[in-house]
Write a protein that binds this ligand. Structure first.
Ligand SMILES: CC(C)(COP(=O)(O)OP(=O)(O)OC[C@H]1O[C@@H](n2cnc3c(N)ncnc32)[C@H](O)[C@@H]1OP(=O)(O)O)[C@@H](O)C(=O)NCCC(=O)NCCS
Length: 335
């Protein structure tokens, strides 16, 4: 049986920075409100007319991850692409990345688990490596939110939070069972599916029906979030799943070199940090600069933490996520 370990990481953020004061000009919000409630100062939005898309951002992040891994794209055995904002309704974005990278016929699978998407994808990749089925896997998280947000006061509780971007990692097998991904735990609770969702268009209400109605009050094609309910569940589930990871790895909170929480809200990260008695050096946050990029947030933060020298050989790292579904999960790994 093999373990899997990350051997290359990359990120891509669109160049267009949207500050809180930019948002003040188009909706009734304020820099103070956004920073106090979420910690966010700015985020990236793909500029209209630019070539960036969910898959192209994934490709750019992947190219960096591949180069750093020393593995040629053609050696990739599987692509897992986590997103809630795929380029098309179908097919998924994984096959578009495969084509762009010139990988002939490896499987390319999309993972639709929203903010927990990257953790789900990495845990899935790990299983394929553990069984020996595949050797090298490319795992991507990429999101293009900005084009689909309600950028009016009506949608402000959501639209100020989300941003665009992508992160990717290359994982490979190792025979050492004390390095790489040690444990993963995944959960979901479908009874809260609609508390953070985008329900229209759907297979009960197809696009032509929505277009034909042309109802200005129809907000079903914008994301909906029951913010306080999501917040309360997030702090509970983050804490539980980090605790499970610690127990399985037989680590104490003080053993953690780097916790990378999904960047949902700085207040959620700070709550978790306090609960486990972690120092600022043990937790990585970049939501201030990028907002919540859902499935991309963990690989972007992981890449930055690694680039900044905060993750090194032997570092004990925990990834933890919570999001729409509800879904949540964590991964413990030794770098
Ligand atoms: C979204 C969130 C920041 C809102 O913060 P909150 O403290 O719960 O705020 P509320 O939704 O209760 O709204 C409080 C007030 O602020 C207003 N408000 C909402 N968004 C606003 C904005 N962008 N700017 C200014 N005011 C805003 C509301 O209209 C409300 O006004 P009222 O009291 O006059 O009715 C918070 O609920 C949150 O972070 N939830 C979790 C989000 C999350 O993690 N999502 C991703 C999961 S992966």
């Amino acid at each position: 049986m093999y373990n899997s370990k990350i051997i290359g990481l990359g990120k891509y953020l669109p160049s267009n920075v949207v500050t809180n004061s930019d948002l003040e000009k188009i909706m009734d919000t304020s820099d103070v409100w956004i920073q106090e409630r979420t910690g966010i100062k700015e985020r990236r939005h793909i500029k209209k007319g630019s070539d960036d898309s969910t898959s192209s951002m994934g490709v750019k992040a992947s190219k960096i991850a591949l180069e750093r891994s020393g593995i040629d794209a053609k050696e990739i055995d599987l692509i897992l692409f986590a997103t809630l904002s795929p380029d098309y309704y179908f097919p998924g974005s994984g096959v578009l990345v495969q084509d762009e990278l010139g990988i002939p016929d490896c499987p390319a699978m999309d993972i639709r688990m929203q903010c927990s998407g990257f953790v789900y994808a990495l845990a899935t990749a790990d299983q394929f490596i553990k069984t020996g089925m595949y050797k090298n896997i490319l795992v991507i998280g990429s999101e293009y939110h900005s084009g689909g947000l309600d950028m009016t006061t009506r949608g402000r509780n959501i639209s100020v939070i989300f941003g665009d971007g992508a992160g990717a990692v290359v994982i490979t097998r190792t025979k050492k069972n004390d390095e790489g991904i040690l444990h993963s735990q995944l959960h979901s609770e479908g009874k809260y599916a609609k508390e953070l969702s985008l329900i229209g268009p759907n297979t009960g209400r197809w696009v032509p029906e929505i277009i034909n109605k042309n109802d200005p009050n129809d907000v079903s094609y914008f994301p909906y979030m029951n913010g306080q309910f999501v917040f309360k569940n997030a702090v509970i589930r983050f804490s539980e799943v980090i605790m499970k990871g610690l127990e399985k790895a037989k680590w104490k909170p003080s053993d953690i070199d780097m916790l990378i929480p999904h960047q949902a809200n700085l207040r959620i990260s700070q709550f978790v940090q306090k609960k486990f008695g972690l120092s600022d050096n043990q937790v990585y946050n970049n939501i201030q600069r990028y907002g919540n990029t859902t499935a991309a947030s963990i690989p972007i933060a992981l890449t930055e933490a690694w680039e900044e020298g905060k993750i090194n050989n032997g570092s004990k790292v925990i990834l933890a996520a919570f999001g729409s579904g509800f879904t949540w999960g964590s991964i413990t790994m030794k770098w």
